[in-house]
Design a binder for this molecule. Sequence first.
Ligand SMILES: [Zn+2]
Length: 341
Amino acid sequence: MRGMLRPGSGRSQSLPAGCYSDGVHAIGIDVGGTEIKAGLVDGAGRVLKSARGATNRDDLGALVDAIADLAAAVSPPGADPGAVGVGVPGPVRTGSGRVETAPNMPALRQAAIGPFLSERTGLDVQVRNDADMYAWGEFAAGAGREAARLVCLTVGTGLGSGFILDGRLYEGAGGYGAEAGHIVVDPDGAACGCGGRGCLETVVSATGIVRRTREAIRDGLSTTLRDAGNALTARRIQEAAESGDALATRVFDEAGRCLGVACASLINLLGPDVIVVGGGVSAAGALLLEPAAAEARARAYPPLFAACRIVPARLGQDAGVVGAALLAGRRARESSLSSPL
Ligand SMILES: [Zn+2]
C-alpha cells in the first residue's frame, strides 16, 4: 500500500459515494484512439495536473512507454503518486489487466497491459475498459453525483457503456461489464464490428451517423452535405442540422429516437436513477437528447421512467481520467483496509 492513500483517511461526509477522501490523490490515464490523456486527481475528483501524448496503436512497447512517461509527467515531485488507473478501448479481464480484443488498436490485442505497466512503472496499476472509467467519473464527480444507480453511455466512434448498480461498478462475467452498444435495436440492420447486426452503435455513433447520412445521399435526398465526400463527419452533419439541413436533422432525430428505444429498455431492465450520455457525439445536445428522452418516455414503464433522469455528461473530456484515478484510488484504499469494494 502506498503512503498517500492512508488506511483510515476515510471519505468526508460531504463527498459523494464514488470519491474517497480529500487530501489524497491518484493518477488517471485515458488511452484513446489518437491521444492519451493523463491527470493527477485528488480524492474529490479535481484534476490537479494534466498531460497529453500521442497513441501508438500498433506497438505495445511504445504504447506502454508513452503511458509510463505521462504517468511520470503528472506525478507529484518528490511524493508517492499513489495508485494508477488506466482506461483502455477494449474489454479487460478482471484481475489480469489483460485486454481481450481491441478492434481499433492492434497493440492492445491479447495484451497483458496491466502487468506490463506495473513492471515498467513500479506502481500499483489498475486497467479497465475506458467506458467503465468514464462512468465512474460521472458517478463520482459528474452528472451522477447524487445517484446510486447510473447507466453511462459514451457516444463516440462507437458506443461504450458503464453501469454503476447500487453504488458499485458492475463487473459482469469475467469483468467485461455490459455492452449497451451491442443491444440489438434493428434485427435486420447494418453489420456491426462485434459480428452481430443492427446493434445500437450501428446507428448511435459517429460511424453510424455518417453511414446513414451517406445512405440518404445515395438515395437522392436533398442536402447541403451532398458534396462533402470523405470530409463527411458526425460533427459536420451536426453543424448542418443546426443550420436547418433537413436530411442532417432527420439522421440525428433517428439516432436520438434509437437511443431512446435503448434507454427505455435499460430503464425497464435496471431502474437507474440517471442515464448519463457523453462522448464526442453528445456535443449535439438537444439534437440527440430531445428525441431520445421523448422516445424513452413513450416506451418505458412509467413509474421507472419517472424515477430516472436522462442527462448530458458533465466532466467532458476529463471524465475518463477522473474516473480512472478515483476508481484506482478507491480500490487501493479499500484493499488496504482488506475490504472489497
Ligand atoms: Zn455489435
